[in-house]
Design a protein around this ligand. Structure first.
Ligand code: UD2
Ligand code: MN
Length: 576
C-alpha cells in the first residue's frame, strides 16, 4: 500500500486506462475523484487523506499560483468600477458616427482606461472557494477582424491584470486580415511592451473566426487553451475556477458566465446565473432558463458547475490535447457562426462535458449587428455553417433545421466526410442520446408524430406563424409548401410547436397564441385525431376551427362538431 502524500506516475501504464478499480486495487486505496473521466489517460495518482486522486496532468506541468489583488479604480476616470459612460449631448453626433464602425460606442470605449477597475460580481461563496495550489498554464487566444484599438487592448490588459502570472503562459493574437492601420505596426510595437509574452499571427486572407482560432491554437504552448473574443473584460478570479475544473477532468470544456458590457455605455452588467445555452430550430444559439432538474442535480449550489447543453462560443477554456483529440474545429466553416453548436454537440456526443463555471465571470460587448463584411453574403455563410452542424451531428433532427430554414437547401454544404469520419472514429453517441440525456428540455422535441404544414380541409389554408414572436396570435395563410413559418411539429407531449413556441389557448373565446413552450401541458395541450382530423384543445374541450369572417386570418376555438372547417390535414408535400 502506497503512503499518503506519495505521487505515482502512471503515464505509460496503458492497462490502467478506464479501469478505476484496477488502479485502486494496485495501489491499495479508494479512488476519491469520482468525476474524472477514466477513458482518458491518467498520468498520475496521488494518495490523499481519503484516497487516491487521479490526474490527467503530470505534476511537473502544474504551477504554483497566488490570487491577484483587485485592480484599483483610478479617481476621476470614466467607467471605473464598470460604471456607465455618458457622452455629452453636444458630442452625440460624432458618437453616433463612430458607433457605425464597430457597432458599439467607440467614443465611450476610448474614454475608459485600458486598465479600468470592475466590480467583483462573484457570489460570496466563490470568493472563499479553495482551488488546488497547483494548476496548469494557459495560453489566451484572441482572434479579431478590424477590432477597435481600445476594446482589444483592454481585453489584453484585463487578462494580464486579473490572471495569476504563473498560470498565464502567453497571449496569442490572431489578426484575421484586418484593414485598420492601428492593427498593423502599431500593434506589433505595442505588444512588445507588455509584461506577458504576446505573439501576433496574421491570416493571409480573410479566414473567418474558426480558421483564425485554429491558427492561433497551433502556436499554443500552455497546457490549456483559453479563447476570448477581442472585446472582453475579465473580472477578479475569473481564471482559477476554469483551470481547476479542467484539472479535475480534462475532458471538461468550461465557460465563464458571460456578463454584458453595454454596447452603448460600456457599463458592466452582471448576467443571470440561471440561464444556460440552448438552440432553436434555425440553429441559432439562445439563452434559456436553467430547468429545475439541473438545479436539483447541483443540490441548489449556485456555485457548482452548470452542465450546459450548448455554449455561446466565444469564451471558453479547453485542455490543449483534448481540443485536438475531440476534433478541434470544422475547417469547412467560414467567417462566423455555427462552430459553437458544432463544438457543443461534439463534446457531449463524444464523451466530454460542457459546463458553465459560475464563479468565473467575463464581460463581453454584445452587439445588435455585425460590424464587418461577410464575403459571399451573411445568409449563405451562416446557413452553410449551420447545415454542416445538422449534417454531421444531428441525425434526423436535422430535418427541423431544413424545414424551418428552407433557404439552407440552396446553399452547398460542402464536403463533410471528414467530420463524419471523426464522429465514427470517436464512437460518438447519437443526437437522440444527446436530447434524452443532456437536453430533454430542448426546443427540438425528442418524440413527435409529425413535422410539416397543417392544412385546413375546408379553406385549404395553412397555419402560419407569420414570423410572430412569443405572445402573438397564430395566423393562417395560403399554403406555400416552403416550410418556414408554416412548419409545425405535433409532439408526443401533445404540443403543436413552431420553433420554441407552442400553440397556446388561455380562454375558449380568446386568441390562439404562440407562447414559449413550457412542456407542462396546461394551455398548450392538444390532441389530433387522425380519424376525424380534429385538433382538440384539452383544457377547454374545444376544437381548432377556421377563422371567423371578421378576422379571416386567425384560427379560433369552437365547440367540436363534424364541420369540415374543423378538419386539419397533417401531411406535407414540401415543394423542395
Ligand atoms: C458569438 C461568440 C463568438 C462566436 C460567434 C459564432 C460569444 C461572446 N461570442 O458571437 O465568439 O462563437 O458567436 O461564430 O460567445 N472574427 C474574426 N474573423 C471573422 C469574423 C470574426 O476574427 O471573419 C472575430 C471577431 O473580431 C471577434 C470574434 O471573432 O473577436 C467573434 O466575433 P463576434 O464578436 O462578431 O461574434 P459574437 O460575439 O457576435
Ligand atoms: Mn463578440
Amino acid at each position: 500500500k502506497a503512503a499518503e502524500g506519495e505521487v505515482l506516475q502512471l503515464g505509460s501504464q496503458a492497462e490502467y486506462k478506464g479501469k478505476k478499480a484496477a488502479i485502486a486495487a494496485a495501489l491499495g486505496h479508494e479512488v476519491n475523484n469520482a468525476d474524472t473521466n477514466l477513458e482518458e489517460n491518467i498520468l498520475e495518482a496521488e494518495i490523499g487523506e481519503t484516497g487516491l486522486v487521479l490526474s490527467h496532468y503530470p505534476k511537473t506541468h502544474l504551477k504554483r499560483w497566488h490570487a491577484v489583488p483587485p485592480v484599483k479604480p483610478i479617481g476621476g476616470s470614466p467607467g471605473e468600477m464598470g460604471k456607465q459612460v455618458n457622452i455629452p449631448i453636444e458630442q452625440e453626433k460624432v458618437m453616433l458616427d463612430k458607433f457605425q464602425e464597430n457597432q458599439f460606442n467607440l467614443m465611450a470605449s476610448d474614454m475608459i482606461s485600458l486598465n479600468r477597475s470592475l466590480p467583483d460580481v462573484r457570489l460570496e461563496k466563490c470568493k472563499v472557494k479553495k482551488y488546488p495550489d497547483l494548476l496548469p498554464t494557459t495560453s489566451i487566444v484572441i482572434v479579431f477582424h478590424n477590432e477597435a484599438w481600445t476594446t482589444l487592448i483592454r481585453t489584453i490588459w484585463s487578462t494580464i491584470n486579473r490572471s495569476p502570472r504563473p498560470l498565464l503562459k502567453e497571449i496569442i493574437l490572431v489578426d484575421d486580415a484586418s484593414e485598420k492601420e492601428h492593427l498593423g505596426k502599431k500593434l506589433e510595437d505595442y505588444i512588445k511592451t507588455l509584461p506577458v509574452p504576446t505573439r501576433l499571427f496574421r491570416t493571409e486572407n480573410r479566414s473567418g473566426l474558426i480558421r483564425a482560432r485554429l491558427l492561433g491554437a497551433k502556436h499554443v504552448r500552455g497546457d490549456v487553451i483559453t479563447f476570448l473574443d477581442a472585446h472582453c473584460e475579465c473580472t477578479e478570479g475569473w481564471l482559477e475556477p476554469l483551470l481547476a475544473r479542467i484539472v479535475e477532468d480534462r475532458t471538461t470544456v468550461v465557460c465563464p458566465i458571460i456578463d454584458v458590457i453595454s454596447d452603448t455605455t460600456f457599463e458592466y452588467i452582471q448576467a443571470s446565473d440561471i440561464t444556460w445555452g440552448g438552440f432553436n430550430w434555425k440553429l441559432n444559439f439562445r439563452w434559456y432558463r436553467v430547468p429545475e432538474r439541473e438545479m436539483k442535480r447541483r443540490e441548489g449550489d449556485r456555485t457548482a458547475p452548470l452542465r450546459t447543453p450548448t455554449m455561446a462560443g466565444g469564451l471558453f477554456a479547453i485542455d490543449k490535447e483534448y481540443f485536438y483529440k475531440i476534433g478541434s474545429y470544422d475547417e469547412g466553416m467560414d467567417i462566423w457562426g455555427g462552430e459553437n453548436l458544432e463544438m457543443s454537440f461534439r463534446v457531449w456526443q463524444c464523451g466530454g462535458r460542457l459546463e458553465i463555471i459560475p464563479c468565473s465571470h467575463v464581460g463581453h460587448v454584445f452587439r445588435d449587428k455585425s460590424p464587418y463584411s461577410f464575403p459571399g453574403g451573411v445568409q449563405n455563410i451562416v446557413l452553410h455553417n449551420a447545415a454542416r452542424v445538422a449534417e454531421v451531428w444531428m441525425d434526423e433532427w436535422g430535418e427541423f433545421y431544413y424545414a424551418m430554414t428552407p433557404g439552407a437547401l440552396n446553399v452547398p454544404v460542402g464536403d463533410v466526410s471528414e467530420r463524419k469520419a471523426l464522429r465514427e472514429r470517436l464512437k460518438c453517441k447519437s443526437f437522440r442520446w444527446y436530447l434524452e440525456n443532456i437536453y430533454p428540455e430542448s426546443q427540438m422535441p425528442l418524440d413527435y408524430y409529425y413535422l410539416g404544414e397543417i392544412r385546413n380541409a375546408e379553406t385549404s389554408n395553412c397555419l402560419d406563424t407569420n414570423g410572430g414572436k412569443s405572445g402573438q396570435p397564430v395566423g393562417m395563410g395560403y399554403c406555400h409548401g416552403m416550410g418556414g413559418n408554416q412548419v409545425f411539429a405535433y409532439t408526443k407531449r401533445h404540443q403543436i410547436m413552431s420553433d420554441d413556441n407552442c400553440l397556446d389557448a388561455a380562454h375558449p373565446r380568446g386568441p390562439i397564441k404562440l407562447i414559449r413552450c413550457h412542456g407542462m401541458r396546461g394551455n398548450q395541450d392538444w390532441t389530433y385525431d387522425a380519424q376525424t382530423r380534429t385538433i382538440k384543445h384539452t383544457n377547454t374541450g374545444m376544437c381548432l376551427d377556421k377563422p371567423e369572417e371578421a378576422d379571416v386570418w386567425k384560427p379560433v376555438l369552437r365547440p367540436c362538431s363534424r364541420a369540415r372547417s374543423q378538419q386539419w390535414l397533417m401531411q406535407t408535400e414540401f415543394k423542395w
